[in-house]
Every structure is written in C-alpha cells, then in structure tokens.
Design a protein around this ligand. Structure first.
Ligand code: ADP
Ligand code: MG
Length: 238
C-alpha cells in the first residue's frame, strides 16, 4: 500500500473533562474523496482543527505527505498543502470577493499581479466570477460557501477539507456544490469532507468514516457504512 496523504494516529483531544476526540486513527489516500460523518458533537470539527493545526492534539500524531506535522503551525501546514473551510463562514465580510480570494492566493504568489490572476482563475472555477467585485457580506449563503471553497483552493492545496459546506443549502444548491467537489477532485486535489446530510454525501464519497462521541465507529464504502447497525443507532439516538 502506498503512503496515505493524510494520517492521524491515535489522536486525542480533551477540553477539560470533555473528550472531543478519543484515539482517532484515520487515513486518506491521495485522490480520494472521504466523508467524515457523525451526529452533532461527535468531534468532526475538532478533528479538522487538529489536522489543520488550529490546536495541537492532547495526544497522538498527525502525518501529512509522509511528514509528522503534529506540532507544525497552521500557516506552515497550509504551505505544505492543507486547506480547509470553516463550519461557520469566516470570510472577510467588508472585503470584496476577489480580495478575499487574493488573500489565499498570496500564499503561493509573491507578486500581487500573479495572486490576482490566480484568484480570478479560482473564482471562475467556482462559478463566482460574476460576483468578483461584490462585498463578501452581500453574497447569498450558497455563494458565501463557494467563496470559502475558493479561498481554500487559492492556496493550491493537496488536501481540501470541507466542514459542512453543503449544510443549509437548498437541494439544487447542494447538487451544484456536489458538482463543484467532483470538479475539484478531477484537478487532483484530495477531499476530506464533513457533512451530515447522508443523501448528499454518500453518493459523492469513495469512503466514509463515522465518528460518534469522539470515537471512530466504522469506516468503509458508503453502501456498507449506512447499513451498519451501530451507525443506524448512533443516528437514531441523535
Ligand atoms: P462536531 O463537529 O462533530 O459537531 P465538535 O468537534 O464541534 O463536534 O465538538 C465535539 C465536542 O467538543 C462538543 O461537545 C463540543 O462542545 C466540544 N468542543 C469543541 N471545541 C471546543 C472548545 N474549543 N472548547 C471546549 N469544548 C469544545
Ligand atoms: Mg462540526
């Protein structure tokens, strides 16, 4: 087996007495779309934070592209090719759409002219080109989600982590979000996505990993995972 692009080994995260991640080991291969699912409070966003470097794990190690990144600051992980969106949209509301994306593009481009060119290319890719000069705060919710994805893509990641980027969208908007994720993967970017709308995420992912109460419950092909009795009871108990 080839080395996975991303691996967490026995990762724990404690917040005082609360255990948000408990001995979580996952791996994501290059080119995969992996779904991270589980009920509210399962520890999905926490795991994203640990992988992105927002906080160091209480215990365990995180490996990216063969390198131990456990103690590496978030900005350096971004340089290595890890990008993520936030469950709560974090764009710069009073900046224009294009400027938001330029912020991401400046990570790979020293010259403003190059960053701007890259940002326009990414907006085009994300279907936001007509909104380039709007203020981020004037976008509708589905466009704000796309802007988050665009900002992340502008950093030219190897791994794109999406935290509920399809949640709260209309079915039509969610379908076009799904199409965008597929298009991202076609460019060679690996995708790890948190999503709890099963009907949307299951047809999209190659593999699903289920977290419940901070622990990995099951992982496997979507069709097998949804039939798993423990997954069914975790969701019904939600
Ligand atoms: P999910 O994304 O699966 O809904 P989270 O990772 O956001 O779950 O949260 C897992 C648990 O950790 C929850 O009980 C949440 O309240 C708690 N938690 C998350 N972040 C913090 C934090 N910074 N401080 C304290 N508790 C936290
Ligand atoms: Mg979450």
């Amino acid at each position: 087996m080839t080395t996975p692009l991303l691996e967490t080994r026995g990762v724990w995260q404690r917040f005082g007495g609360l255990i948000a991640n408990s001995d979580v080991s996952i791996s994501v291969g290059a080119g995969e779309i992996v779904g991270l699912i589980g009920p509210n409070g399962a520890g999905k966003s926490t795991l994203f934070n640990l992988i992105a470097g927002v906080l160091p794990p209480t215990q365990g190690t995180i490996w990216f592209n063969g390198e131990n990144v456990t103690q590496m600051p978030a900005a350096e992980r971004c340089q290595r090719g890890i990008a993520r969106t936030f469950q709560v949209v974090k764009s710069f509301e009073t900046m224009t759409v294009i400027d938001n994306v330029i912020v991401g593009a400046l990570i790979r481009n020293e010259k403003m002219r190059d960053a701007r060119r890259k940002a326009h290319e990414v907006l085009e890719f994300c279907g936001l080109a007509p909104r380039a000069d709007k203020l981020a705060r004037d976008l509708i919710p589905s466009e704000k989600r796309r802007l988050e994805v665009a900002r992340a893509l502008a950093t030219e990641p190897k791994l794109l982590m999406l935290d509920e980027c399809l949640t709260g969208l209309t079915p039509l908007e969610a379908q076009s979000g799904v199409a965008l994720v597929r298009k991202v993967r076609e460019t060679g970017v690996t995708v790890l996505m948190v999503e709890h709308v099963m009907e949307i995420v299951m047809p999209l992912v190659d593999r699903a990993i289920v977290l419940n109460l901070g622990k990995k419950l099951v992982e496997g092909k979507p069709a097998d995972v949804v039939r798993h009795p423990e997954v069914i009871s975790a969701y019904l108990g939600d």
